[in-house]
Design a protein around this ligand. Structure first.
Ligand SMILES: Cc1cc2nc3c(=O)[nH]c(=O)nc-3n(C[C@H](O)[C@H](O)[C@H](O)COP(=O)(O)OP(=O)(O)OC[C@H]3O[C@@H](n4cnc5c(N)ncnc54)[C@H](O)[C@@H]3O)c2cc1C
Length: 476
């Protein structure tokens, strides 16, 4: 329980108006996209690294849990204050500090949304590729802390490929400047890399130096429909031999196609086995040739329908189908256990075969869609009800999916992170030695264990309780 004295000291650091215990604000900041509530005691909204350093010093002195929050649209409970205490909101740290064309660099505070950054750089002919579907709500700080990805990662890579430098505050309150604005840097340890994918457990990111690219002059988007998921997956796997690397290679399986037709009908054939959304970009002449190769690849792999977008409006309509997948699939069951296992893309056909078998054994619908081009599938286990027995069977299915992903040479998450949602399964993917080293790093940086406690290393909740909100659960 936070005392009046602590609240007063927080108010002195960030100003009275930036410390809130108002019930509606506590409720909003006590959950993320996993929709499971753990109550914060106070929401503190700093503006500078110095203020964050002072908060962390106070939190260490009084052993108060601190959980950093970006846009709050993570899927694994990372920003949720499992142990109460302070939620440190980065909403006010939302300035774009610099965009440099000559240096191909953007410097931003962590509370800038991905969408705002993309708009700002594209307005001056530049390009920031990482594009999570949550781009309108998610913050750059959250994207870095989870190493977020998106459809364009097939060609350009995840967030980590675009971080040149970071300022961050350590859990004990030191301000660190790591990396540079130059594309090359071999000067000491890359401490900025330590923060990428650190899930808000090793430090609080306060300033981000990001690598940009020139904006591609042209793009072409196509939608290909296949009779079977196997044909679509083989097409994805064979793209490497075509000599081109599409920007995006997104897959929707039959259940996902039907879910989208129920939710926002767009005339997709309900009996199709799978569809692919494929995009290429670059110079117009090269894109023209690449688009022809895409068509040849799809038709030679048995596409029963192939349509290339004639203009931007049609291209955006194709992408809108993909962006609506999450809410559309959510309607195919009472509870959606949403996971983002990743396998080498040559093994996707085996993964889909495994999922068919799992569906036959467990009876749950398993709509699967996502970034086939990099093997990152969004596999959803749809539960028909909230009964404990159903939830236990759902958790068993999730475990089997992760076991299979690891057996095929993949891992638990390609972009959503672990948080507390996947913590019970972490040892399937990491050895004891690897986990031991991660724990040592955490202990060195956060000796009192106050930054984002209860995540990653601890199975804080039994698997069948992850993501379930009791009807009467609330913070007030
Ligand atoms: C509809 C929908 C679609 C999605 N699509 C994608 C997708 O295509 N690709 C993808 O990768 N993800 C996707 N996600 C998941 C999620 O939105 C992303 O992982 C995103 O990066 C989370 O960002 P956030 O700002 O909301 O982070 P939050 O949820 O606020 O926090 C996530 C983690 O980052 C830490 N953190 C936040 N800010 C900081 C900081 N400044 N310093 C240190 N740690 C920090 C938090 O403590 C927490 O552990 C989707 C989510 C939804 C709801």
């Amino acid at each position: 329980m936070l005392t009046e004295d602590i609240l007063t000291r927080l108010e002195r650091i960030v100003g009275v108006e930036n410390v809130s215990t108002a019930p509606e604000r506590i409720a909003e900041y006590s959950q993320d996209a996993l929709k499971q509530i753990f109550c914060a005691e106070v929401i503190v909204s700093p503006r500078t690294a110095e203020e964050i350093a002072a908060i962390m010093k106070l939190a260490n002195e009084r052993r108060i849990a601190v959980t950093v929050r970006g846009g709050g649209v993570g899927y694994t409970g990372g920003a949720v204050p499992l142990r109460g205490g302070i939620v440190l909101a980065t909403d006010r740290m939302d300035r774009i500090l610099e965009i440099s064309g000559p240096d191909l660099v953007a410097i931003v505070e962590p509370g800038v949304t991905n969408y705002r950054l993309q708009e700002a750089v594209e307005a001056v002919g530049l390009f920031y590729p990482p594009d999570p579907s949550s781009w309108k709500e998610s913050y750059i700080g959250g994207n870095i802390a989870l190493n977020a990805g998106g459809p364009r990662c097939v060609k350009y890579g995840n967030t980590k490929q675009f971080v040149l430098g970071l300022d961050f505050v350590t859990p004990t309150g030191e301000i660190i400047r790591a990396g540079t604005r130059t594309p090359k840097n071999s000067t000491g340890f890359h401490l900025e890399s330590l923060l990428i994918g650190s899930e808000g457990m090793l430090g609080i990111i306060t300033r981000c130096i990001l690598r940009l690219l020139p904006k591609p002059k042209a793009r072409r988007t196509a939608l290909a429909i296949f009779a079977t998921a196997r044909d679509a997956c083989q097409c994805v796997a064979d793209f490497t031999s075509s000599g081109i690397l599409p920007v995006a290679l997104e897959l929707l399986d039959r259940i996902s196609i039907n879910a989208i037709e129920d939710y926002a009908p767009s005339g997709l054939p309900r009996d199709a086995g799978a569809l692919l959304i494929i995009e290429v970009d670059g110079l117009p002449e090269a894109v023209q040739r690449e688009a022809e190769i895409v068509r040849e690849m799809c038709l030679s792999h048995g596409a029963i329908r192939f349509k290339e977008a004639a203009n931007e409006v049609e291209a955006n309509a194709i992408w809108e189908v993909r962006r609506l997948m999450s809410p559309a699939v959510a309607r195919t069951g009472t509870i959606k256990l949403n996971h983002d296992a990743v396998v080498p893309r040559s093994r996707i056909p085996e993964m889909l075969e495994f999922l068919e078998g799992l569906h036959r054994r467990c009876g749950f619908l398993l709509p699967t869609f996502g970034h086939a081009g990099d093997g990152n599938l969004h596999i959803n286990v749809m539960l028909p009800d909230r009964e404990e027995a159903t939830r236990r069977r759902g958790a068993d299915a999730v475990r089997e999916i992760f076991q299979q992903a690891v057996a095929l040479g993949g891992t638990l998450s390609g972009e959503h992170g672990v948080g507390y949602a996947k913590a019970p399964y972490l040892s399937l993917a990491l050895t004891d030695e690897t986990l031991g080293l991660m724990k040592q790093i955490k202990k060195t940086l956060d000796p009192n264990g106050i930054l984002n406690p209860g995540k990653l290393f601890e199975a804080s909740l039994p698997p069948h309780e992850v993501g379930f909100v009791a009807a009467d659960q609330g913070c007030c």
